[in-house]
Design a protein around this ligand. Sequence first.
Ligand SMILES: Nc1ncnc2c1ncn2[C@@H]1O[C@H](COP(=O)(O)OP(=O)(O)OP(=O)(O)O)[C@@H](O)[C@H]1O
Length: 289
Amino acid sequence: MKPIEIQQLKKRFGQKSVLDGINLTLKPETIYALLGRNGAGKSTLFNIIANRIPQTAGTVTIEGQPISNNDQVLNRLYLMSEVNLYPPRMRVDEVFKTTAALYQGFDFDFADRMVNEFGLNTKTRFNKLSTGYRSILKLIVALAVDVDYVFLDEPTLGLDANHRELFYSLLMETYAERPRTFVISTHLIEEIANLVEQVLVLENGQLTVNDTAEHLSQLGLAVTGPVADVQTYTAGLNVIGHEALGKLRVDYIYGELNEQREIPDTVSISHLDLQKLFIYLTSQEVVNQ
Ligand SMILES: Nc1ncnc2c1ncn2[C@@H]1O[C@H](COP(=O)(O)OP(=O)(O)OP(=O)(O)O)[C@@H](O)[C@H]1O
């Protein structure tokens, strides 16, 4: 499968601009996190890629061919979202059969495994499933369809902590067996930090971060120490936030340190976790020293 190329993608709802010129290449066999505050446009981006809604401008292509209205290409990608695609009275086993008729190569063995691991009753009708089990059913379908790009919009909505763990481990298992691209939109960043290779951040209609998780974790640093020492040390660096801890201060840095500048003995430097880095990268306030 070739990469999905997104160029100058724009989406307006009436007067409101939601996506304002997104340029992005989604590579095959890669796990992405798509992050962004509420209303940043994550679902909108997914819906355009999966041809559920039209864009206002720009293109989404594979090998130069637009994805929209290209059934052959659309069959190679799957979007799991909060939208319920199934008739309310359809049973779980019927959902699998219907999906298998639409998507070739539905992995019934893996679906059965997931059904057993999650304790889902396949005779239950969709409208009788709890919120969590509706998500579980959709996740089973998303992991069992044989496609090259899987978009998961808030996949663990309503799942308890044990089921979230189980889902992540099954995701990694299927990814190892049959590598394909997963793009996961979530607010529970720390939970997926270990499985994600590439991080995308949407903010104010733009893609503000497109970097490897590894590189990001090197760029996010916390500088802790007495107020004056910290401020002197971080002057001129890219400070994205700070916190006061009594007489101590923590400055959060995104970017390289100044190698010419000696780190004072009173100051310690540690890596920021992805969740915290994201919070500061997408906070509305402009932080000045
Ligand atoms: N059909 C629509 N009509 C009008 N406005 C819409 C429509 N769909 C989305 N929007 C608006 O577009 C913006 C982006 O919404 P979207 O659902 O894509 O954000 P999101 O990043 O997925 O948010 P969340 O994290 O809260 O799920 C929001 O301001 C939303 O109100």
